[in-house]
Write a protein that binds this ligand. Structure first.
Ligand SMILES: Cc1ncc(COP(=O)(O)O)c(C=O)c1O
Length: 379
C-alpha cells in the first residue's frame, strides 16, 4: 500500500483549534473583560465546583499549572525535607520537580510494559524515609491504583496523583484524580482539556488539604485576608476558568472523539509488526482511557520519524527523548534499564481534535510504507 498524497499533518495545530471556537471564546473574553473579573472571581468558583463534580471529589482548587498543583498538594500533605517520594521516571520533569521543591527526595522507579508506574518497582523502592507515592496517569491512562493503593496501605504512605494528562480517565469505574489524598490536573493548551495559556487544578476529598491549598495558592491568605502561613501566588486566572468551564460542558464528546481516533490508529497499525501500539480503547474493562497522547513503540524509531517528517507528518519524542532520571544534571543517579531501553523506541503520533479519520489512516499508511520499503531494500 502506498501513501498517495502529500499532505501536512502537524503534531499539534493551535490556530486550527482556536478558529474552531473563535466566536464562543471571543464572547467569553468580552464578558469577563467587561465585568473586570480577573482574579479569584465567580467563574473560577463555578469551574471548581463543576470540575470537582466531574472528577467525583469533594473539592477542586484552580492553580497556576499542574506543577504548582503537585507542589502545593505535597506541601499541604506535609511532605518535606527528609522525606522520600517515589515517582515513575517516564513522566514530565515537573513531577519530580514538584517533589524536589518541597525539600523531599524524588526517587525514580521503572515503568512497566504499559508505560505506567510499575507497582513491583515501587514496593522495592520503599525505605524508612518513604512518605508518598506519586504515580503519573500517563497518556490519559490511569495507573494501576488497586496495586498502588495496596502498597500505600501496607507501608502507611500517602498517594498524590499526577493526573495532568488524565482528566476523564477511569480505572475500575473511578475517575483519575479521585484515588489519592490529592491530585493535580494540567490545562496546558495541548491537554485534553486545555486553556489558552497555563492552568491547573488540585482535586481532593480532604478538608484539611483543601484548606491548606486554598491558602498556599494565594500568598498564605486566610478567609478574612489575614496572612496565616507562607504561601505562593498560583491562582488559576478567572478568564482561563471561564474558558475551561465552557469547554468542560462538552468534554465527554472530546474524549469520545479522541478514543475514536485511537481506535482508528489501532486498526491501521495492528498489522505492522515493527510497531507496538497502546491498547485499544476497548481492550481492558478496568481502563477507560482518554488518550491524551498516542504513544507507540517503534523499531528504528529515529528513521521512521525522519521518514514521517519528510512526508510532512509531525511526531514527537516524549519529554524530549529522555526519562527524568536520564538528565544527568538533575542528579537522580538511578539506573532503570527497562525505561532506558523503552526510550530508544517510544514515539508520539499526532492525536488531537484537528485530525480527521482520514488523517490517521494516512499516517498509518505512511508508517506501513516505511517498513515495507526498508524491508524491500534489505531483501
Ligand atoms: C505528566 C505531567 N505532569 C506534570 C505536568 C506539568 O503540567 P503544567 O505544565 O500544567 O505545569 C505535565 C504537563 O505537560 C505532564 O504531562
Amino acid at each position: 500500500m502506498i501513501a498517495s498524497e502529500t499532505r501536512s499533518i502537524p503534531f499539534f495545530d493551535y490556530p486550527h483549534l482556536f478558529r474552531s471556537e473563535e466566536q464562543e471564546l471571543t464572547t467569553i473574553f468580552r464578558d469577563v473583560g467587561l465585568r473586570g473579573a480577573f482574579i479569584l472571581q465567580e467563574d473560577l468558583v463555578l469551574f471548581e465546583r463543576n470540575l470537582a463534580s466531574y472528577v467525583g471529589v469533594k473539592y477542586a482548587v484552580g492553580v497556576g499549572n499542574a506543577t504548582d498543583g503537585l507542589l502545593l498538594a505535597l506541601r499541604a500533605a506535609n511532605i518535606g525535607r527528609g522525606d522520600e517520594v517515589i515517582f515513575c521516571s517516564h513522566t514530565m520533569v515537573a513531577t519530580a520537580a514538584a517533589i524536589y521543591f518541597t525539600g523531599a527526595t524524588p526517587i525514580a522507579v521503572e515503568c512497566g510494559a504499559d508505560h505506567l508506574m510499575d507497582p513491583g518497582a515501587v514496593e522495592a523502592a520503599v525505605t524508612r524515609r518513604t512518605r508518598a507515592i506519586l504515580p503519573t496517569h500517563l497518556n490519559g491512562r490511569t495507573a494501576d491504583m488497586q496495586a498502588l493503593d495496596a502498597i500505600a496501605r501496607r507501608y502507611g504512605l500517602i498517594v498524590i496523583e499526577d493526573a495532568a494528562q488524565a482528566l476523564g480517565s477511569r480505572f475500575q469505574g473511578r475517575r483519575a484524580g479521585s484515588f489519592g489524598a490529592a491530585a493535580a490536573f494540567s490545562f496546558f493548551p495541548a491537554k485534553t482539556l486545555g486553556c489558552l495559556g497555563d492552568g491547573g487544578a488540585i482535586a481532593t476529598n480532604s478538608d484539611e488539604i483543601y484548606q491548606r491549598v486554598i491558602e498556599l495558592r494565594d500568598h498564605g491568605r486566610g478567609p478574612d485576608g489575614e496572612i496565616v502561613s507562607w504561601g505562593l501566588n498560583s491562582r488559576l486566572d478567572n478568564l482561563q476558568a471561564a474558558i475551561l468551564d465552557y469547554r468542560l460542558a462538552s468534554y465527554d464528546g472530546v474524549i469520545e472523539r479522541r478514543r475514536a481516533l485511537a481506535a482508528c490508529y489501532r486498526s491501521g497499525l495492528q498489522s505492522i509488526k515493527e510497531i507496538k501500539p497502546p491498547p485499544g480503547p476497548e481492550a481492558n474493562s478496568d481502563h477507560f482511557d482518554c488518550f491524551q497522547n498516542y504513544e507507540i513503540e517503534a523499531e528504528r524509531r529515529d528513521e521512521l520519524r525522519a521518514w514521517l517528517q519528510t512526508r510532512l507528518i509531525g511526531s514527537a519524542l516524549p519529554w524530549g527523548g529522555k526519562a527524568v532520571h536520564q538528565w544527568p544534571r538533575l542528579g537522580l543517579n538511578a539506573r532503570l534499564p527497562y525505561t532506558e531501553a523503552l526510550f530508544e523506541s517510544v514515539l508520539l503520533l499526532p492525536l488531537n481534535l484537528s485530525l480527521t479519520d482520514y488523517d490517521v489512516r494516512h499516517i498509518c499508511i505512511t508508517i506501513q510504507d516505511f517498513y515495507q520499503t526498508s524491508r524491500r531494500e534489505r531483501d
